[in-house]
Design a protein around this ligand. Structure first.
Ligand code: NAP
Length: 168
């Protein structure tokens, strides 16, 4: 099993506000889609609920939702009551990657338990006043490589850069 993480953050490591994203960047959404397509996406219950009903589950991906509520139902998704149980479920996966897709609590938990071996971080070149943040990391423990750079255009209001990190 390979566990990756994918996130987009602003200049303050902000990832969301009022349980929503803070920007609309179709070019980065496309990168997210291309990267996670046909794989497994693991998300927190708040992140799941922030996705408009008509867009969930995320198509052509196995969607796993984490909640401590044992009665929670997420149509056409797999629901797990802990991240450990969730990852155990996928431990024999060889073809598909498990992508941790947030939000803040889920990133924090996956990273502090050292479950993540690869990260794709989109750095959005703006500050949005977030209420939810990506955890602080020791980047000396990770190799980094720029995989995409996008200059603001008529459809994407902000510059952004995507870096791929692999554990040293
Ligand atoms: N910029 C990005 O790349 C990005 C990506 C994803 C999300 N976001 C943003 O992040 C924000 C949401 O993040 P958040 O930190 O508030 O919430 P979250 O991490 O999406 O979800 C938190 C919920 O997950 C469940 N949970 C957490 N740890 C668990 C565990 N160990 N076992 C079982 N369930 C567990 C709990 O659900 P219950 O309360 O139901 O028990 C908890 O309330 C939104 O603003 C969203 O737009 C941004």
């Amino acid at each position: 099993m390979k566990v990756s993480l994918i996130v987009a953050m602003d200049l303050e490591k902000g990832i969301g506000k009022n349980n929503d994203l803070m920007w609309h960047l179709p070019a980065d959404m496309l990168f997210f889609k291309e990267t996670t397509l046909n794989h497994i996406v693991v998300m927190g219950r708040k992140n799941f609920e922030s996705i408009p009903e008509k867009f969930r589950p995320l198509p052509n991906r196995e969607n796993a939702v984490l909640t401590r509520n044992t009665d929670f139902i997420a149509p056409n998704c797999f629901v797990f009551n802990s991240m450990e149980v969730c990852l155990k479920q996928y431990e024999n996966e060889t073809e598909r990657t498990v992508f941790i897709i947030g939000g803040g609590q889920i990133y924090q938990e996956a990273l502090e338990n050292n479950w993540v071996e690869e990260m794709f971080i989109t750095y959005v070149d703006h500050t949005f006043g977030a209420d939810t943040f990506f955890p602080s990391l020791d980047f000396s423990l990770w190799n980094e490589e720029v995989v995409r750079s996008h200059t603001a255009d008529s459809k994407n209001a902000y510059n952004f850069t995507v870096k791929k990190y692999t554990k040293k």
